[in-house]
Design a protein around this ligand. Structure first.
Ligand SMILES: *[C@@H]1O[C@H](CO)[C@@H](O)[C@H](O)[C@H]1NC(C)=O
Ligand SMILES: *[C@@H]1O[C@H](CO)[C@@H](O)[C@H](O)[C@H]1NC(C)=O
Ligand SMILES: *[C@@H]1O[C@H](CO)[C@@H](O)[C@H](O)[C@H]1NC(C)=O
Ligand SMILES: *[C@@H]1O[C@H](CO)[C@@H](O)[C@H](O)[C@H]1NC(C)=O
Ligand SMILES: *[C@@H]1O[C@H](CO)[C@@H](O)[C@H](O)[C@H]1NC(C)=O
Ligand SMILES: *[C@@H]1O[C@H](CO)[C@@H](O)[C@H](O)[C@H]1NC(C)=O
Length: 481
């Protein structure tokens, strides 16, 4: 039987995930596969049909599949996702009688149930030690929550001409850190608004390319919203988002001044989805650079989508996390599918609740955009050689990384730490005057307090409910660069 049915079910409780408090900032999903040898049902399910990419008569094949399920491409229950690289069709509410029809179609390579994805975050305290860590052989030491570190780089253009597509919960494009470089690209979520109602996307975009907190401070940031304001979405929405990026890249690639495209994807599934893996690999084949978060389960990254497509076998870059003490984060996924590690604990970046509001998050979601930023910088430094060549850029990125610069069990990954190739001398700025902070919970009504001084202190008091969401912001405004 050619067709693969990967059966998934949403598990209502995400306790397994929340049990790992350090694992915020990642988007996950629980997969339940049908036991081998048992008959399976797709009755009432939404499925993704992935068509063979070499199929010459793709229109006819899609039509034939839709005829089987008695739908037309115009039906609300159908979404045909199509670009120069691949065709996938999402069909809602199919029946068991369609199993045989799908199996009989040679043109359909995979049938997979639409899987749910969700973001989950725990707010932590302050800092930009990451920018120093990636630009200084000596690393960074001291309190990771201090904002007293130095980012060193050779050329201030920092990724100019590179399009960074942040495939996430959306981006607050008006935030001060984006200095007019961020635009709303496309929305594939169920939200009625394309703004970031969660914060995760704005934070990751800020690390990849925001002023002050970000790596590639000259790059274009394009929001591709595949997750709703509650941080949830589906695998089919991520495929639609990647398809849109492929179309954009193909339009942009001949324009003057264009350097290249990069998708920064800080989300994943706790299980696997072949259709999503396929879409990532097709984007890479189209010349789009891709960096993905390794995942926050402290497990083998080869067990989850899309982290599993990284490693030696592709040009996709899978990113694990380290802390300021140069240790692998306890939550970071590891193993042979992880290509490189980057700062991912207590990362300070832009937040979605205001144009000058910042926040602190930890997770491989925060490590991934550090890598995206360095990739953009390297692309802009050598547009002809690296701009549209994912394999060459990956080679350059891994070649520029620091070797054996951190400790911890990586279970078969190379010990490579992200570097922008500059070994800046450690130069520490004097700490700014103590600020007044406001910390409030969006989950626990009435939980709010004002703290003057070290923003780190609040975290100790707020660890009693790690599943709650916290907003931390300074009352001093506007944001200073
Ligand atoms: C699966 O379905 C087929 C046909 O309906 C039936 O013959 C077979 O016994 C079923 N297998 C299991 C494990 O239920
Ligand atoms: C985002 O997409 C969803 C689903 O297609 C749609 O309902 C919503 O109106 C869109 N929002 C915007 C701002 O386009
Ligand atoms: C370590 O890698 C092996 C495969 O090489 C895998 O089976 C195992 O699950 C991994 N362990 C962890 C903790 O990642
Ligand atoms: C900085 O990089 C840009 C291209 O990104 C280049 O045009 C410019 O000449 C570089 N500046 C220096 C001083 O190397
Ligand atoms: C670091 O600083 C020392 C002394 O201040 C200087 O000699 C050295 O060249 C610097 N190294 C780099 C890479 O800038
Ligand atoms: C980070 O915390 C330090 C105190 O540890 C504080 O002085 C600094 O202002 C904070 N950074 C930001 C951006 O508020």
């Amino acid at each position: 039987m050619r067709t693969t049915f990967a059966f998934t079910a949403l598990v209502a409780s995400l306790t397994a995930v929340f049990a790992l408090p350090a694992g915020e900032g990642f988007i996950g999903k629980t997969t339940v596969k049908a036991p081998t040898g048992q008959n399976v049902t797709i009755e009432g399910k939404d499925v993704i049909l992935w068509f063979k990419t070499g199929d010459k008569a793709i229109e006819d094949s899609v039509q034939a599949a839709l005829d089987f399920v008695k739908r037309t491409p115009e039906d609300d229950s159908v979404n045909v996702i199509k670009n120069a690289q691949f065709t996938a069709v999402v069909v809602k509410n199919v029946g068991d009688e369609n199993v045989d029809a799908f199996n009989a179609m040679d043109e359909i390579e995979t049938v997979e149930e639409v899987a749910a994805i969700k973001s989950f975050e725990v707010k932590q305290t302050n800092s930009t030690w990451g920018l120093q860590r990636i630009s200084n052989k000596a690393g960074a030491s001291g309190n990771p929550r201090d904002e007293t570190f130095t980012y060193t780089f050779e050329n201030a253009s920092l990724g100019a001409g590179v399009d960074i597509y942040v495939v996430d919960t959306g981006v607050r494009t008006t935030h001060a850190v984006f200095t007019g470089r961020a635009t709303q690209g496309a929305n594939f979520s169920n939200d009625a608004t394309n703004t970031d109602g969660d914060g995760h996307g704005t934070h990751t975009a800020g690390t990849a390319g925001g002023a002050k907190f970000g790596v590639a401070q000259g790059a274009n940031i394009i929001a591709v919203k595949v997750l709703g304001s509650d941080g949830t979405g589906s695998s089919s929405d991520t495929i639609a988002g990647m398809s849109w990026v492929i179309d954009q890249h193909n339009k942009r690639k001949t324009e003057p001044g264009f350097v290249g495209s990069l998708m920064s994807m800080s989300w994943g599934l706790t299980g696997t989805a072949t259709t999503v893996n396929n879409a990532v690999l097709e984007a890479s084949k189209a010349g789009i650079h891709v960096s993905v978060a390794a995942g926050n389960s402290g497990a083998d990254a080869c067990g989850s989508t899309p982290a599993m497509v990284g490693g030696a076998k592709s040009a996709v870059v899978t990113v694990g996390s380290i802390n300021i003490n140069n240790q692998v984060s306890t939550f970071s996924n590891i193993g042979t599918c992880v290509d490189i590690y980057a700062p991912g604990e207590q990362i300070l970046s832009a937040w979605n609740t205001g144009d000058t509001i910042v926040n602190f998050l930890s997770g491989t979601s925060m490590a991934c955009p550090h890598v995206s930023g360095v990739m953009a910088v390297l692309m802009a430094q050598d547009p002809a050689g690296l701009g549209q060549n994912p394999a060459a850029l990956k080679t350059k990125l891994l070649g520029t990384a620091l070797v054996n610069a951190f400790t911890g069990n990586v279970n078969g990954s190379a010990n490579l730490l992200l570097s922008n190739g500059v070994s800046g001398n450690l130069s520490v700025r004097s700490p700014k005057n103590a600020k007044k902070w406001v910390v409030e919970s969006t989950d626990l009504p009435g939980e709010k307090r004002t703290i003057t001084g070290d923003a780190a202190n609040w975290a100790k008091d707020f660890t009693k409910d790690l599943t709650a969401r916290w907003n931390l912001h300074s009352t001093d405004s506007p944001l200073r660069f």
